[in-house]
Design a protein around this ligand. Structure first.
Ligand SMILES: Nc1nc2c(ncn2[C@@H]2O[C@H](COP(=O)(O)OP(=O)(O)OP(=O)(O)O)[C@@H](O)[C@H]2O)c(=O)[nH]1
Ligand SMILES: [Mg+2]
Length: 338
């Protein structure tokens, strides 16, 4: 399964420019709104110095980074949840993503139309949040009216969680900010609520940054300048700014990374949700590994690098054997035994 990030925002704020900078894909970018209608999809490798270090140690033939998918979604406008500007179609594109990367306009331009008529990050964030929230409230209402007819145990449980969400979202609270326990979260999984998805903001600024967003989960960059620069050179500082965005997205997905070193052929990084068990991680590597799983051998990446090789690590007894219920730790190197 590929984890995916939806690039979301008002029209003409630089979403496709950001998508293109991240994925190195060339897509339509134009100074007028609604240039993007059908989503653009691209895969991005997650930068990972630990993977490089393991690769150097093992000297396998191939190195493969973990990857995440980015989807460049059409611009949303006020009323999108009611279908304005093809809003419903665009909102369903967001539903399929695991997290949101919201692009906010912070640049002035005579050519590129500003649909809001002013630079006002807070207001812009508010408009998008209102749309996503309104759609979620509609989803809750629809779900409740369907469940109303049933009084089996499952439906009653679901109804009670949905009522809790209804109250909070009616007060303007996004679902990601509502405290829900593990069981409650399971009950609502099927709805793929939009405001439940983790979110990260990119403020697309001009060089003299006068605007800012006072949010911890935000980065300010001049997307167009960065993209133009990237196409001309391989400046490391530039890469690191885009890398920061990729890593921020990876982090909000709540993923950890484990590694496999396949008989010197390939050193590879894999992304799995935090608290995944060894058997689930095995399935990621090969779909039938979960059922055939017997045990796994595990070592922390740094210990392997220190030991110098897998046989050496085994010889000095720092490779441990674990069962299928072992909770995978970030930075583990795993050899699955089937
Ligand atoms: N001055 C300036 N222009 C930018 C910047 N980022 C994007 N633009 C311009 O703004 C216009 C819109 O950029 P896009 O990337 O197409 O924006 P979008 O959000 O994908 O637009 P839609 O798909 O229409 O919703 C283009 O003319 C870009 O060149 C920036 O940082 N500074
Ligand atoms: Mg676009």
């Amino acid at each position: 399964m590929q984890f995916s990030i939806g690039i979301v925002g008002l029209p003409n704020v630089g979403k496709s420019t950001l998508f293109s900078a991240l994925t190195k894909k060339s897509v339509s970018i134009a100074p007028y709104p609604f240039t993007t209608i059908n989503p653009n999809v691209g895969i991005v490798q997650v930068p990972d110095p630990r993977l490089e270090a393991i690769f150097e140690t093992i000297r396998s033939e191939k190195i493969t980074a973990a990857s995440i998918e980015f989807t460049d979604i059409a611009g949303l406008i006020e009323g999108a949840h009611k279908g304005e500007g093809l809003g419903n179609q665009f909102l369903s594109n967001i539903r399929n993503c695991d997290a949101i990367l919201e692009t906010v306009r912070g640049f002035k331009s005579d050519e590129s139309i500003n649909v809001m008529g002013e630079i006002n990050p807070e207001k812009e964030i508010g408009i998008i949040e209102t749309e996503l929230l309104s759609k979620d409230r509609e989803t809750v209402e629809n779900a409740l009216s369907k469940l109303d007819k049933n009084n089996d145990k499952d439906s009653v449980r679901k109804t009670s969680v949905l009522h809790k969400i209804k109250t909070e979202t009616n007060n303007g609270r996004p679902i990601r900010e509502i405290y829900l326990n593990a069981e409650e979260l399971k009950e609502i999984q099927e709805y793929q609520f939009l405001t439940q998805k983790p979110i990260f903001y990119v403020l697309n600024t001009d060089n003299d940054i006068k605007t800012s967003i006072l949010l911890p989960n935000c980065l300010a960059i001049n997307i167009k300048a960065e993209k133009d620069f990237a196409e001309k050179s391989y400046d490391t500082d530039f890469e690191s700014r885009l890398d920061k965005i990729i890593l921020s997205c990876y982090n909000i997905l709540d993923l950890i990374t484990f590694y496999t070193i396949a008989k010197k052929k390939e050193t590879r990084a894999w992304a799995v949700p935090k608290n995944s068990k060894a058997a689930e991680a095995g399935r990621k590597v090969h779909s039938d590994f979960e059922s055939r799983f017997i045990r796994a051998e595990v070592i922390n990446w740094e210990e392997l690098v220190k030991a110098g090789s897998w046989p050496k690590a085994k010889e000095i007894g720092i490779v441990k054997t674990v069962g299928k219920d072992y909770v995978v730790q970030d930075g583990d190197i795993i050899e699955f035994k089937i």
